[in-house]
Design a protein around this ligand. Structure first.
Ligand code: SF4
Ligand code: SF4
Length: 186
């Protein structure tokens, strides 16, 4: 929720705290998220469509929930390497971005980027679905108020279109839209 006050925006910052020591790797968070965002809502459960995924190493009892962040059209110039309890994890394992170098956080059919929306809805959820379904309390939810300068941010539609243009090129997208619009009118 955003309110304007003398050039400054007062906004509610939503925060999901992750306690990896409490995560059991049950993946209920993935199920709940994918089900909530299914079309129609709750019509299917498919972790590949979830905006959260759990990085799992069963042998070492390591489970790390990661929520999808921003889409980025470019790969990183470098890579992070994590070692936890002596086990090395893949490059990009804990990254939140939807990017060209991997399939995580992309809608499986369309390739469109998926981003956690903190379960924005009308009316809004009291708590994000993944938090509600995390019975181990590995995920907990908090809200706080912050003030910031006004700034225009791209809409979700713009981000989705940008990723399609990156993937197929502007000309192909424009041709497809033109064809679809003629078919709709006809
Ligand atoms: S907050 Fe909502 S959208 Fe984000 S990962 Fe959790 S269930 Fe999915
Ligand atoms: S629901 Fe909670 S305990 Fe289960 S995998 Fe997700 S974060 Fe971990």
């Amino acid at each position: 929720m955003v309110t304007v006050k003398g050039g400054l925006k007062k906004k509610t910052v939503k925060e999901i705290k992750v306690d990896v020591d409490k995560c059991t790797g049950c993946r209920s968070c993935e199920m709940a998220c994918s089900s909530f965002h299914a079309v129609p809502k709750y019509s299917s459960m498919n972790p590949a469509r979830a905006r959260i995924r759990v990085v799992i190493d069963e042998l070492r009892d390591v489970y790390v929930p990661v929520r999808a962040g921003e889409y980025t059209p470019a790969e990183c110039m470098g890579r992070d390497k994590y070692t936890i309890d002596g086990k090395k994890y893949d490059e990009c394992a804990f990254c939140r971005a939807s990017c060209p170098s991997r399939d995580y956080f992309k809608e499986p059919d369309s390739g469109l980027p998926l981003k956690c929306d903190m379960c924005e809805d009308d009316p809004p959820q009291e708590e994000p679905l993944c938090v509600q379904w995390c019975l181990s309390d590995a995920l907990t939810y908090e809200e706080r108020e912050e003030e910031e300068e006004e700034e225009e941010k791209p809409e979700d539609l713009e981000i989705g279109l940008e990723s399609l243009v990156d993937k197929y090129g502007l000309e192909k997208i424009m041709d497809t839209v033109a064809r679809m619009s003629i078919a709709k009118k006809g």
